[in-house]
Design a protein around this ligand. Sequence first.
Ligand code: CMP
Length: 374
Amino acid sequence: MDRHTHNRHPHAWFESVVSPLVVTAGLAAMILDTAVEPESALDRPLEIVVIAAAVVLTMEFIIRFWTVPASWLREYHGPWQARVHYLLSPRGAIDAAGALAFPLGLVIAPDHQDAQLFVIVWVLKYLLHSTGLTLLMRVALRARAALFSVMTLFFVVFVGAATLAYVFERNAQPAVFGSVPRAMWWAIVTLTTTGYGDMVPATIWGRLLAGWVMVGGIAVFALWAGIIANAFSEELRRRDFLRTWDFVAHVPFFQNLGAAAIADIVKLLHTRDASKGTVLFRQGQPGDSMYFIVSGEVSVNIATGSTTLGPGEFFGEMALLFGVPRSATVVVSRSSLLLVLDIANFRELAGQRPQLITTIETEAKRRRDANLAI
Ligand code: CMP
């Protein structure tokens, strides 16, 4: 991933702080400059800010292009291959476009003021800082079939509504609804429930149609939003599933199970990061979940003393098995990654994999006897 996006560039501070600031200042100056008169005293300073930003971003591009860190040299055959890779990556392409924007503007637009407008491509640099973008793209890709169906539906309603509006309104308002393409403007404005009001049906049939189209528009967008929301949650669940799978496979307790059994268990567990000092639960509280330690360490504090449990071990099982309050207070003594099994899923696991619960039970009994013996 890094190899292609070049995220881990040595000038990371420049990338995360200076570059966005320069981009923001340059874009703000360009936008403000369109609002001030050319004779205004502000015009020159704003232009200077845009030019200064263009110079900095061009230098950034040249330096990035030219300096090839040693770590990349190991991955590529020579510095030029690394440079070409950089240019072809999204990061490199956006940097290059940013550097070329202003000079290209000067060549294409005769007016200096218009040449500045080309720096609008700098907005693309914000995309490089947006970490959620890949997630969004995956979601769109995952839901593409459903989204495409909704778009088709939208298209059918759009063309149908424009044609009907033309049929109903052409005699009453020939200047406004005189052709299907003209009626299409009305259809899109109505279907998106924007309603500029520049084209309004006058006949009863035209108005009835307008009502249906507006409701249809809302329904289409609601469908669209629902599909995206659902795809988002599925994608997040899938990520969590993969992460949990990885952790479950690292807990020795589950290691001897087959892939099918692990897949069943992964669905029942969720991960929890707990920082040092977190009290997971206190002695005497009712118990609603048990935990497996993937990494880190917890301290189990019983009235008579304390023990520590580490990676691969589990705790919190006694309350679930024996239906009694927590026998100890458990505090995270080293930042830990835990797999949590709540009581409902614990029962489900007991039904699905009784031998696992037997192993847990044997250890729980041993612990209970040990506590009683003290
Ligand atoms: P539970 O009673 O649900 O909550 C406290 C947990 O501490 C308990 O389950 C066990 O998992 C754990 N625990 C209690 N006593 C011991 C012990 N002697 N050694 C290790 N762990 C213990």
